[in-house]
Write a protein that binds this ligand. Structure first.
Ligand code: ARG
Ligand code: ZN
Length: 882
């Protein structure tokens, strides 16, 4: 059954208050739910239909009296109700058997909940939709020894001891909320606590709850939380509205984290970190996700979504906010650019393929079978790019004004993406956005990545440069024709040897950068006072989520790489150059010894040697485009060929820059104490890249010095970033020292689940050498530490394998068979995780033979499976229909 956005109707009833009491028991938890319900006078009279899922219903009372009811599928239907009444529902559920990790479940003998999007109905019967907002009070009762900590949203108002070794706690949430923000936690946990006084003088208690042995790994999360509170108040005037703000970590979690009001629940991956166990990437991930969930307190919780089609209203906006937070914390311009490049890389390698494949959907989808399938990179990351375009069009101040108006109008409400757009526009009358608002909103309704083509012409005599920009957008499923978008293109003109020219646009004030706003299918922009023939630097900072087609020569790209004042575009020019040469090697017949041309290699060398650039930025310039991004550029993909070319280019870089890599390693190796700041993490990143290259090169030369150094590091590295990089260098090169390094790694961290996840992931993602990867993964599947029921572990092995193109795409199709078997096994207990795995074959139609037929065959087998979840069914049916 497909749910459509156009079918939205307000609820027939409101639930004003909810009083829940839980008798927590692992196999039979009893839930008493007492609600105050009121008919919505604006809707025609109709029965009350409450959602439920896998509940045992024991009793229903209306105004204290037994009543008749019927079941319609999973819904509890009550008819003949008064206009206002008390409704009491008593149910039980079995948390221990809850393997879907939605609703109330157990993880390491602790109770957790996950309600977004539709998990609350697995706890009690309710109007499980975000536009029904209620005041919640919650009483928890449980065994005192086994479950000493009892948490829910809001404030703790009462607690005490009960007989039979039990105790209780009562929580009242002062804020009305939709049920998807409800949460409880009960178990044996310890908290890092921090009292803070904010800029505006209010006092709050911040708590991070983890298993007692993990307390020493919560410092970074607490720091990130304190920074988040301060940042939201400083940048947007958004204050913490709770006395107590809690974060709890669990090692069994389907996603990254969840913004339950006042009680965020996190995957341990985004909380726990110590220099010895977490990499720089992990530290950054914690900062972003702690920020993300905290920022939801306003964008998501104070103002929430009317229905799930509006998901990007809170997710796109909150991703944008967490990206800005990390950029502001990064402080230097170069570190900001590095963050931007990383975000754009995710967009291009994951969202662009989604937007071009069978699951393509608008930022605000029009229909779904299973909403969990729409927590996508399109809704999140492309949604964030759409929010960023408001800021680009309105400026930082105009954007802040728009956000203020949004809260002034909608605080406490459940609203739509249209409401957000309207607030942005109304706060900035006369702006380009206001002028083109309806057209701008096509970003919400049209799927697909727009293509912008740029053609320039220089008139030396008139010192005039005419730039023609035109746009198209490919068809996507269900959307054959597209209307033009509003596309902000930040542009500068770079004169080789002189840098940015200050030029005037259409007779305006001279400036080195202009925001061109493309609204027509094709438009001309005329720059004057252009004193030298320029190279256009377009889409600076990636000012719109589009593909830019621009015919630049190698020399022009090299000029931008060396001289563009916009670091994003300098990086971009280097990537374009590399990509062009890699693609030529993939499609050409030529020999693979040296896919890269000498001038490109020389440019990379001089970038590496420049003293005015940050190491983090250099590492990004010197990293080749990923195999999946390369594959996206091709019509008929042979993943083995793409892999062979990229590996050949890596070996070429290793060889041609051998002395430079050795210099880079020695120069950037740190011996000081570990700090996860952008400068020192950039140094580690570049040193790690260099070491990988040097160990790779040793495969050819037989050199044992660099592998020896790497091996030494796997023993004595002072932090996980260096240890991981050294281990990966050996594993990726297939070096004989890889095995002893892996064994040591496992022995050292056998008790640390997050590090063991890395151990699995490293092996599953290592290059395939003569088809050995699948066997390696199958052996790891039988390792005593493997457990598919733990989502992090399943992802670390199985998803890492399907994300390793040359290992997964085998000419014999065995990778796809493995995929089907794992997918069906996981689907039987956790459909949400299985549906993510199902996405691995999204792009099967792009594959060349024999991959394509083999993939098709396995997809058909999955679709024919008799007991498929609706989650997986939606994905594979779309893939097959494409
Ligand atoms: N709202 C959460 C976040 O992005 C994600 C929750 C997704 N959960 C789910 N079951 N789909 O911060
Ligand atoms: Zn979110």
């Amino acid at each position: 059954p497909v749910i459509r956005r156009e079918d939205y109707a307000p609820p027939a009833y409101w639930i004003d208050t909810v009083d829940l009491s839980f008798d927590l028991d692992p196999t039979k938890t009893r839930v008493l739910n007492r609600m105050r319900v009121r008919r919505n006078a604006e809707q025609p009279p109709q029965p009350l239909r409450l959602d439920g899922d896998e509940l045992n219903l024991a009793r229903v009372l209306v105004n204290g009296q037994g009543t008749s009811f019927k079941m319609d599928g999973d819904q509890l239907v009550l008819d003949g109700l008064p206009d206002e009444f008390d409704l009491e529902i008593f149910t039980t559920c079995n948390p221990e058997k809850n393997t879907k990790l939605m609703g109330l479940y157990l993880s390491q003998d602790t109770f957790f909940t996950q309600c977004e999007a539709e998990g609350f109905r697995r706890i009690t019967y309710f109007l499980d939709r975000p536009d029904v907002m209620a005041s919640f009070s919650v009483t928890l009762r449980a065994d005192r020894k086994r479950f000493p900590v009892l948490l829910s949203n809001g404030n703790l108002v009462e607690q005490g001891v009960l007989e039979d070794g039990r105790h209780f706690a009562k929580w009242v949430d002062p804020h009305r909320k939709p049920c998807y923000l409800f949460a409880i936690v009960a178990g044996c946990l310890a908290a890092r606590e921090q009292r803070i006084v904010t800029e505006s003088g209010s006092e709050h208690l911040l708590q991070i709850y983890v298993r007692p042995g993990d307390l020493d790994k919560t410092e970074h999360a607490m720091q990130s939380l304190m920074h988040s509170v301060a940042w939201d108040e400083a940048r947007f005037g958004l204050k913490l509205d709770l006395e107590r703000f809690m974060v709890v970590a669990t090692s069994d979690f389907n996603m990254g984290a969840m913004e339950n009001k006042g009680l965020n629940i996190f995957n341990t991956k985004y909380v726990l970190a110590s220099p010895a166990t977490a990499t720089d990437v992990d530290f950054d991930g914690i900062e972003s996700v702690i920020g993300h969930e905290y920022f939801h307190n306003w964008t998501g919780n104070r103002v929430t979504c009317r229905d799930w089609f509006q998901l990007s209203l809170k997710e796109g906006l909150t991703v944008f906010r967490d990206q800005e937070f990390s950029m502001d914390l990064a402080r230097t311009a170069s570190a900001r650019a590095v963050k931007r490049i990383e975000d754009v890389r995710v967009l291009r390698t994951v969202q662009f393929p989604e937007d071009a494949g069978p699951m393509a959907h608008p930022v605000r989808p029009d229909q779904y079978a299973e909403i969990n399938n729409f927590y996508t990179v399109t809704v999140y990351e492309k949604g964030a790019e759409v929010v960023r375009m408001y800021q680009t069009l309105l400026g930082r101040e105009g954007f802040a004004k728009g956000l203020a108006l949004y809260f002034e109008r909608h605080d406490g409400q459940a609203v739509t993406c249209d409401d957000f757009a309207q607030a942005m526009s109304d706060a900035n009358p006369g702006s380009t956005l206001a002028l083109h608002l309806d057209q701008f909103k096509r970003w919400y309704s049209q799927a697909g990545t727009p293509r912008v083509t740029a053609v320039g012409q220089y008139d030396a005599e008139g010192q005039r440069y005419t730039l023609t920009l035109s746009q198209t957008c490919p068809a996507t499923p269900g959307q054959a024709e597209k209307q033009p978008f509003v596309i902000p293109v930040i542009a500068g003109l770079v004169a080789p040897g002189q840098g940015d020219l200050a030029v005037s646009l259409h007779g305006g004030e001279p400036a080195t950068a202009h925001t061109l706003v493309l609204t027509e299918p094709s438009q001309q922009f005329v720059f004057e006072r252009v004193t030298a023939e320029p190279v256009p630097s377009l889409l600076r900072g990636f000012s719109a989520p589009v593909v830019l087609n621009q015919d630049l020569s190698d020399a022009e790209l090299l000029a931008l790489l060396a001289q563009d004042s916009d670091p994003f575009n300098a990086w971009e020019a280097g990537q374009r150059l590399l990509m062009r040469q890699l693609l030529a090697a993939v499609t050409g017949a030529g020999d693979l010894a040296a896919p890269l041309q000498a001038d490109a290699v020389a440019a990379l060398r001089s970038t590496l040697r420049r003293s005015d650039l940050d190491a983090a930025f250099k590492a990004l310039v010197l990293t080749l485009p990923t195999e999946s991004y390369l594959a996206e550029q091709l019509a008929d993909v042979d993943p083995q060929r793409v892999h062979a070319v990229r590996e050949a280019a890596r070996r070429q870089l290793a060889r041609d820059l051998a002395a430079d890599w050795a210099w880079a390693f020695d120069e950037h190796e740190d011996n000081g104490s570990y700090r996860p700041d952008p400068v020192s993490s950039g140094r580690r990143s570049l040193a790690g890249l260099a070491l990988g290259m040097l160990v790779e090169l040793a495969r050819e030369t037989g050199d044992s010095v660099w592998p020896g150094k790497a091996y030494q590091r796997t023993k004595d590295a002072g932090n996980m970033t260096d240890r991981y990089a050294a281990t990966a260098a050996l594993v990726n090169a297939g070096h004989a020292l890889a095995q002893p390094a892996l064994t040591r790694f496992h022995d050292l961290f056998a008790d640390d689940a997050l590090v063991i996840d890395k151990w699995f992931a490293l092996q599953a993602a290592a290059p395939d050498r003569g088809g050995d990867a699948l066997g390696r993964v199958e052996a790891l599947l039988r390792h005593p530490d493997f457990n598919a029921r733990n989502p992090n572990r399943a992802r670390s092995l199985i998803f890492s394998f399907t994300g390793n193109p040359a290992a997964f795409h085998r000419t014999d199709g065995a990778g796809y068979t493995f995929w089907r078997e794992q997918l069906l096994a996981i689907d039987a207990f956790n459909p949400q995780v299985a549906a993510r795995l199902a996405r691995a074959l999204d792009r099967w139609k792009k594959l060349a033979e024999p991959y394509r037929s083999a993939a098709h065959g396995e997809l058909q087998k999955v679709a024919a499976h008799p007991s498929l979840s609706k989650d997986v069914r939606e994905i594979v049916e779309k893939a097959l229909a494409a």
